[in-house]
Design a protein around this ligand. Structure first.
Ligand SMILES: Cc1cc2nc3c(=O)[nH]c(=O)nc-3n(C[C@H](O)[C@H](O)[C@H](O)COP(=O)(O)OP(=O)(O)OC[C@H]3O[C@@H](n4cnc5c(N)ncnc54)[C@H](O)[C@@H]3O)c2cc1C
Ligand code: SF4
Ligand code: SF4
Length: 428
């Protein structure tokens, strides 16, 4: 049975990405009691799936590791993974949250030795790599996952594989009798750090993501470029594994468009600029990179990064909203059609690989929020007084880069601390 220490002076943080970890740690390090609830089997959220960070091109693993260490050392923080908040009732200073916890089928004895993973045979699409590649039915979600504890896929429970995993474990860590649990957590304030999800590229029909193998999305490209990813960091075409040296990026893929996402995600321009460096690093002077854009949104200090990419002679900028993409059936090349608005020339340009710069939308559907709070047209949480002791942090409030998400999360922690301090003052 999962147990957490919580009272109405506790802060509940929902979502353990970089924003949720930041909010939870900042609050816990001031001495507040915090419970962090994360849906996935591990902390880190979507930044754990990025290869490098713009603008410095450093690795996200570094910052995540520091936060993981802070979390391990803090006695004020309870972390519950594979858990979702399904309902919240009450008012500022006195909430009750219902949390549903999915069974991991692996307990705290797990050393991460990996023997269960070797013993099972069933394989499933690897969600960490956005379905590019497979993982076993007993698996560690990714190399640096925190907690470093294996998971048994519920689809192997009741099969021979489940017993094989149990028999392989020398530490009595596999528990096939684990069941879904429901617990109630009292808390004084709640921080939603539930982040974002990539806009569904299947919906952008003219760009052919659902039909053309060599059209992928920007989040998939992050995994493809990562040496620990499904291709070992090789930038290759999904259709035939050929090196992809001629790569096109389509900006605003489904964004700023009333048919799809209305808002500008503010990140996808920077993400594509960063991803040109992945191609340039892989293929040097053989790299042939094109960015099709309406306008490049590189705000504040990012302008320098933009200018650096622009100075690379292997990167072409084509000012155009791509009209559609078709496949050259002979070689699998995606062919982009549109009008270059600088010179008003029509083009039909062929590339090895196309990366759609899809936008960020809130991860929780507006109609499925576990509590009634003010949510804007795009589905992001508004900072409204009616929300009482419920606050948003980072990507749940808007499409933000990591720096801004972390700053925002720190602000949310402060607001939550103010609420529980008021409770403490009234009760003491
Ligand atoms: C292609 C691409 C590249 C990017 N590259 C960069 C970059 O180089 N530099 C940069 O600064 N930014 C980059 N970003 C932006 C960066 O990914 C975000 O700033 C960051 O992910 C925001 O973190 P977050 O914690 O707010 O959200 P998330 O990373 O989405 O984390 C949210 C967490 O909440 C959990 N969760 C969701 N719903 C629930 C629920 N109901 N219950 C419990 N838990 C839940 C999720 O599982 C997840 O762990 C990029 C974005 C894209 C699209
Ligand atoms: S569950 Fe057992 S076998 Fe599997 S990684 Fe953990 S300790 Fe090793
Ligand atoms: S950040 Fe760039 S690519 Fe993304 S929606 Fe805004 S303008 Fe388009």
């Amino acid at each position: 049975m999962t147990e957490v220490i919580a009272t109405n002076e506790t802060i509940l943080v929902v979502g353990g990405g970089i924003s949720g970890m930041t909010a939870a740690l900042e609050a816990a390090e001031t001495g507040k009691r915090v419970v962090l609830v994360e849906k996935r089997a591990y902390l880190g959220g979507r930044v754990s799936q990025l290869y490098k960070y713009f603008p410095k091109l450093c690795f996200p693993t570094c910052g995540l590791e520091i936060n993981q260490r802070r979390a391990k050392m803090n006695p004020n923080l309870d972390i519950v993974t594979m858990a979702e908040v399904t309902n919240i009732e009450g008012e500022a200073g006195n909430y009750k949250a219902t949390v549903t916890i999915a069974p991991r089928y692996v307990n705290e004895n797990c050393t991460g030795c990996g023997d269960c993973g070797k013993a099972v045979e069933a394989e499933f699409d690897d969600e960490y790599n956005y379905g590019m590649g497979k993982r076993r039915g007993a698996y560690l979600p990714y190399r640096m996952a925190h907690p470093q504890r294996y998971v048994l896929d519920p689809r192997i429970i009741g099969t021979d594989d489940a017993q094989k995993a149990k028999d392989a474990c020398k530490y009595d860590a596999v528990d096939l009798d684990m069941q879904e649990e429901q617990i109630t957590i009292p808390c004084g304030a709640v921080i939603f750090a539930t982040g974002w999800q990539p806009y569904d590229a299947n919906k952008i029909q003219p760009y052919g993501y659902d039909r053309i193998a060599n059209v992928i999305t920007n989040v998939e490209f992050e995994r493809m470029s990562d040496p620990s990813g499904p291709t070992g960091g090789k930038i290759r075409r999904p259709s035939d594994g050929k090196e992809a040296k001629n790569v096109a990026f389509i900006q605003c893929a489904g964004s700023r468009d009333r048919n799809y996402l209305l808002h500008c995600s503010r990140i996808c321009c920077m993400a594509s600029l960063k991803q040109t460096t992945y191609v340039a690093d892989a293929y040097g002077d053989d790299a042939d990179i094109s960015i099709y854009y309406i306008d490049i949104r590189a705000i504040d200090r990012f302008e320098d990064f933009y200018q650096k990419v622009r100075a690379n002679k292997n990167v072409k900028f084509i000012k155009s909203k791509v009209a559609n993409v078709v496949e050259n059936r002979e070689n699998g090349n995606p062919v982009l059609h549109g009008v270059d608005t600088e010179g008003y020339k029509r083009y039909a340009s062929e590339h090895d690989l196309v990366v759609l710069a899809t936008g960020m939308e809130p991860s929780i559907d507006k109609d499925k929020f576990p509590v009634d709070i003010v949510i804007n047209q795009e589905g992001f949480i508004e900072p409204a007084p009616e929300n009482g002791g419920i606050f948003a942090a980072g990507g749940a409030s808007d499409a933000l880069d990591v720096n801004r998400a972390v700053q925002h999360a720190t602000g949310a922690a402060l607001r939550a601390i103010q609420v529980v301090n008021r409770v403490a003052a009234q009760e003491g």
